[in-house]
Design a protein around this ligand. Structure first.
Ligand SMILES: [Fe+2]
Ligand SMILES: [Fe+2]
Length: 150
């Protein structure tokens, strides 16, 4: 059964797709710019998840019931990652942390506008992953001495 979306839902979902495109682009570019190989790998794996988010939004916009992609997170994101306190890598991390915080917030707006439970579930799942991306970067920065919570 095709999902019926309101004009408002469509517009908000399209906005989220643009955000996901920016995330895919940034993570790919920053994976190349990062000096620490572990950070490169982290950014590349997040780029892949952002692509899945994009694809899920596309499914919803095509009127299909979204399939929730991605496996359950078993361990704390970024828990065991440690780089060196390198200003170049710290700058990339700060930028992505700010981006994830923004994108996670914008999902709230869409979720509260959804008529279908299946769409809400799928967007909740994406939002949770954005917060896990933030957590992974936060932990990487903390372990690398780039950020000291006071
Ligand atoms: Fe995303
Ligand atoms: Fe993300």
């Amino acid at each position: 059964m095709a999902i019926q979306l309101s004009q408002k839902e469509k517009m908000l979902l399209q906005d989220q797709q643009r955000h996901e495109e920016v995330c895919i682009d940034k993570y790919r570019t920053y994976a190349q710019k990062a000096q620490d190989p572990q950070l490169k790998q982290l950014f590349n794996s997040y780029a892949q998840q952002e692509q899945q988010h994009y694809n899920t939004l596309e499914q919803i916009l095509q009127g299909q019931t979204p399939s929730i992609q991605g496996q359950q997170q078993q361990q704390i994101p970024g828990q065991n990652l440690q780089g060196s306190n390198n200003p170049n890598d710290a700058g990339l991390c700060n930028d992505m942390l700010m981006t994830e915080k923004y994108v996670s917030g914008t999902y709230d707006t869409v979720i509260f506008e959804c008529q279908q439970n299946s769409v809400r579930q799928a967007l909740n799942h994406i939002q949770k992953e954005e917060q896990e991306h933030g957590e992974g970067i936060f932990n990487y920065m903390k372990n690398s001495g780039m950020y000291q919570p006071q």
